[in-house]
Design a protein around this ligand. Structure first.
Ligand code: NAD
Ligand code: TYD
Length: 351
């Protein structure tokens, strides 16, 4: 039996990871620790909430005494840390909550692990899930982010994630904590909060609402299907080297405007509308402040060392994703209306 604490498991990527781990490892106890901020939704986990090896704890990673008591309660062997504030636009409006959760929260997790494990690190792992945005912006061309690329964050979000990565490395180098880090590119797929580009635009196309394209839509992102990210995390958690960093990406770069046109085409088709119906919804708006031009990841190390490859072609992944949001309108409606925030009380009663 291993006790694995996953933070942020009610969010987008976390819920995919929790589902994978709970099903794949019946002999592990998977503890999902999540504060259920606006981004946390227990409805994402309906499929596994009754599994005997799944536990949920509503807790804030910034609440150190509670985090310490949970390490004690579950005799945690491994941590996979995803809890974070994750939306760049929100970080521009409120950088302090990003410093609080992403920096101080991560520091709390590290310190709690260090105190709980007391220098006995055999069989222990602290895995920190980070982003490619810490590397800054690439110009258009052939260059990709590798594990050696210097950190150069520009948004309060990426600055807070960069800072948390540095603390994770510092705990390895200073106290010997057995850490691993991965930096992944933009994820897409089911259960993503509809403030992010892909679910927001699918929902808007469905409801004939404007599609706000920042600037000229020329920024480039490298998109990876979320289940491929979850598979990579599982692999790195079990087989990655202690102290190492792994880049995870899709080798799948898209200019925003091209991606948005594809989304319009696929969504109109799946809704049974004639091609071109929603083209008029495209609305060019003021650019995001400090908008990074291009992200693109080189995940050769992960491929060569651990044999990981993205499994889905983008066209197939986008079809599946659009279909999922169209088939799960109740999920989207509950998220946009705020109804999803009652799910905890329905499941676990009042706090
Ligand atoms: P998300 O915003 O969908 O989910 C974040 C989760 O963390 C939510 O369930 C939320 O309730 C929880 N949380 C937030 N603050 C908390 C706190 N103080 N205490 C406990 N729980 C808290 O995020 P996501 O997109 O699933 O991203 C997960 C992780 O992966 C983040 O660390 C993010 O930086 C990283 N990442 C995301 C992407 C992406 O494309 N979404 C890409 C690379 C890396
Ligand atoms: P987003 O999903 O917010 O992810 P990130 O900022 O972490 O890359 O945005 C993806 C890209 O889409 C990014 O270049 C910003 C752009 N974008 C828009 O043009 N309009 C929007 O309404 C949103 C949310 C994003």
């Amino acid at each position: 039996m291993k006790n694995i604490l996953i933070t942020g498991g009610a969010g987008f990527i976390g819920s995919h990871l929790v589902r994978l781990m709970v099903k794949k490892y019946p002999d592990y106890q998977i503890i999902n620790l999540d504060a259920l901020t606006y981004a946390g939704n227990l409805a994402n986990l309906k499929e596994i909430e009754q599994y005997p090896n799944y536990k949920f704890e509503k807790a804030d990673i910034c609440d150190f005494p509670t985090i310490q008591s949970l390490f004690e309660k579950y005799q945690v062997d491994g941590v996979i840390h995803l809890a974070a504030e994750s939306h760049v636009d929100r970080s521009i409006k409120d950088p302090f909550s990003f410093a609080r959760t992403n920096v101080m929260g991560t520091l709390n997790m590290l310190q709690a692990a260090k105190l709980a494990w007391k220098g006995n690190y055999i069989g222990k792992v602290f895995y920190h899930v980070s982003t490619d945005e810490v590397y800054g912006a690439l110009q258009s061309g052939m260059e990709l982010f590798t594990e050696q690329t210097k950190y150069d964050p520009h948004s309060p979000y990426s600055a807070s994630k960069a800072s948390s990565d540095h603390f994770v490395r510092a705990y390895h180098d200073t106290y010997g904590l057995p850490v691993k880090i991965s930096n992944c590119s933009n994820n897409y797929g089911s259960y993503q909060f509809p403030e992010k580009l892909i679910p927001l635009f699918i929902n808007n196309i469905r409801h004939n609402k404007p599609l706000p394209v920042y600037g000229k839509g020329e920024n480039v992102r490298d998109w990876l299907y979320v289940d491929d990210h979850a598979r990579a995390i599982d692999l790195i958690f079990h087989q990655g080297k202690i102290g190492d960093t792994y880049n995870i990406g899709g080798f799948n770069e898209w200019k925003n405007i091209d991606l948005i046109k594809l989304l319009i085409k696929v969504t109109d088709r799946l809704l049974g509308r004639p091609e071109g119906t929603s083209d008029h919804l495209l609305t060019f708006v003021a650019d995001r402040a400090g908008h990074d031009l291009r992200y693109a990841i080189d995940s050769t190390k992960l491929k060569n060392e651990l044999g990981w490859m993205p499994s889905l072609q983008f066209q197939e992944g986008i079809e599946k994703t659009v279909k999922w949001y169209l088939d799960n309108q109740t999920w989207l409606d509950e998220v946009t209306s705020g109804e999803y925030q009652c799910y905890y009380e329905k499941m676990y009663g009042k706090m």
